[in-house]
Design a binder for this molecule. Structure first.
Ligand SMILES: *[C@@H]1O[C@H](CO)[C@@H](O)[C@H](O)[C@H]1NC(C)=O
Ligand SMILES: *[C@@H]1O[C@H](CO)[C@@H](O)[C@H](O)[C@H]1NC(C)=O
Ligand SMILES: *[C@@H]1O[C@H](CO)[C@@H](O)[C@H](O)[C@H]1NC(C)=O
Ligand SMILES: *[C@@H]1O[C@H](CO)[C@@H](O)[C@H](O)[C@H]1NC(C)=O
Length: 203
């Protein structure tokens, strides 16, 4: 009787050990860790670790000058494949918005510090109306034109109400140059900028 019990419990132990081995192996294939943090108004990111599905991590860096304040923001976490590699750039009179989404492979690979790709100052031949109005959703009328540079090969016309990274709420009516990723992703990559209402967006 005693012998049988021992045999049974040792079989159990082996089974448990095997299950642990299998689940640890599955775990390493289907999940991994990434650094995780969010700084809406700082390039310093206080990192913790988070478990992610897949084997990729992401760092998003953002530069936003809203005509009054400059916000540099950084986010780290699990990769969102839809956003990987996105690089947004626009200049609307004095408002400037840029973002960059960098993804990487492997455990805790998103060790990047705040960094945006260098701006290309080369004129690209495109010109756009340039305007900046605040506290209104009406069209911001302008005679002014700017020369677009680098990847900003289209005109942007935005009117809407957003929450800034410092939680203040502002209505913007803007015109300027932008690139395709800004038009494609809009606010999808934005850190700390939440769109409350969109009056219009023409790209
Ligand atoms: C960083 O995060 C840790 C854990 O959440 C917290 O205890 C610490 O105060 C944070 N440091 C800063 C500078 O925010
Ligand atoms: C735009 O470029 C044209 C041609 O290079 C130049 O004549 C014009 O002054 C520029 N305009 C602005 C606003 O920089
Ligand atoms: C954002 O950061 C800047 C520079 O560190 C600082 O001067 C400003 O007060 C901060 N704004 C908010 C709302 O925290
Ligand atoms: C990834 O980004 C896309 C596009 O912005 C968004 O629709 C989707 O919800 C995001 N997925 C996750 C898991 O955050």
């Amino acid at each position: 009787m005693r012998i049988r019990e021992d045999a049974q419990s040792s079989t159990m132990k082996n089974l448990v050990a095997l299950l642990c081995l299998v689940s640890a192996h599955i775990g390493s294939v289907f999940s991994h860790n990434c650094y995780s943090c969010l700084s809406k108004n700082s390039t310093n990111c206080n990192e913790t670790q988070t478990e992610c599905i897949g084997d990729r991590c992401m760092t998003v860096c953002q530069y936003f000058y809203n005509g009054k304040k400059l916000y540099k923001s950084i986010y780290k976490g699990c990769a969102n494949e839809t956003l990987c590699g996105a690089e947004g750039s626009d200049l609307m009179e004095i408002v400037k918005f840029r973002f960059y989404v960098k993804c990487c492979n492997g455990d805790l690979c998103n060790t990047d510090r705040y960094q945006l790709p260098k701006e290309d100052p080369t004129l690209n031949g495109k010109t756009c109306p340039s305007a900046f109005c605040k506290d209104t959703l009406e069209e911001c009328k302008t005679e002014k034109e700017i020369n677009c540079t680098g990847s900003m090969d289209r005109c942007y016309d935005y009117r809407g109400k957003v929450i800034n990274p410092d939680e203040t709420v502002e209505k913007y009516s803007l015109k300027g140059c932008s690139n395709s990723d800004t038009c494609k992703y809009n606010f999808d990559c934005a850190i700390g900028i939440v769109e409350l209402h969109r009056e219009s967006l023409i790209c």
